[in-house]
Design a protein. Structure first.
Length: 255
């Protein structure tokens, strides 16, 4: 059976909010008393956990927000210098850091999310970060820590292939790979989830851009990736959880 074709009409419909008028919000998992999905995927037993410096510990200088906004641009060329662990911790806190835990279904973070659902997991293809061996890691926002997921031979080539030959993905200090755990948002919004998840991804990546400006780094958001390879890279099933956005980051030479 052939896959359904995405038409202009269906694509534009996705960007409207008409679906909200069609959803019975009295029949969502939340309304039916189903427990909310966990706000963070647990680490596998025996995994190596790497605590990260907190904002009260890291040596990140204050940076003017107006300057960061004015200078924000996409960078595809990196110097090859390493990031410090403080700098990586700052980038992770800026994009998915936890400000407060309200209850089991609501965690306030440094970025907005529809209904406070925060569907994303942050995977990292680490290549040049002081104190970390190259490999695949995942951010644990509730713990402000990394979990080592696995080592990958020839990780730069794998990242490049997953990003459809865009070589800078394998030349960065670290490549952010955001996946969406669909049940987190579907629990509250059902079929109205999908547009807001796309909007949420934009909030996260814009914070990465601005945070990069503050530490002499650059990034470039990637939406053109190979879905199968990207999902395989982070070992997700491609249905309940799948890659939605990628952003390599590294040190850059300022003009």
């Amino acid at each position: 059976m052939s896959k359904p074709t995405i038409t202009t009409e269906s694509g534009r419909y996705f960007l409207t909010d008409r679906i909200r008028e069609e959803v019975n919000f009295y029949c969502t998992p939340q309304s039916e008393g189903v427990d909310p999905p966990p706000v963070q995927k647990p680490a596998q037993p025996g995994s190596r956990i790497i605590p990260l410096p907190s904002r009260h510990e890291w040596s990140i200088k204050a940076y003017d927000l107006q300057t960061a906004i004015a200078d924000r641009e996409s960078h595809r060329r990196f110097t090859g210098d390493h990031l410090s662990l403080d700098e990586l911790a700052f980038l992770l806190w800026s994009t998915q850091g936890v400000r407060a835990v309200i209850h089991e279904a609501a965690v306030l973070r440094t970025v907005p999310s529809a209904g406070c659902r925060h569907p994303f997991e942050t995977y990292l293809g680490v290549l040049k970060v002081d104190g970390l061996d190259p490999g695949l890691y995942r951010y644990l926002p509730l713990d402000h820590a990394l979990v080592h997921e696995r080592d990958l031979p020839n990780l730069p080539a794998y990242l490049t292939a997953a990003c459809r030959g865009q070589a800078f993905a394998g030349q960065a200090a670290v490549t952010f790979i955001w996946t969406a755990v669909m049940a987190r948002t579907e629990w509250r919004y059902a079929e109205a989830s999908y547009k807001v998840i796309a909007l949420d991804a934009g909030h996260v990546c814009q914070n990465l851009y601005l945070a990069c400006e503050a530490i002499g780094c650059g990034t470039c958001a990637i939406a053109a990736y190979n879905q199968g390879l990207a999902d395989e890279l982070v070992a997700v099933d491609g249905y309940e959880e799948f890659t939605v956005y990628i952003a390599p980051a590294g040190k850059v030479t300022r003009k």
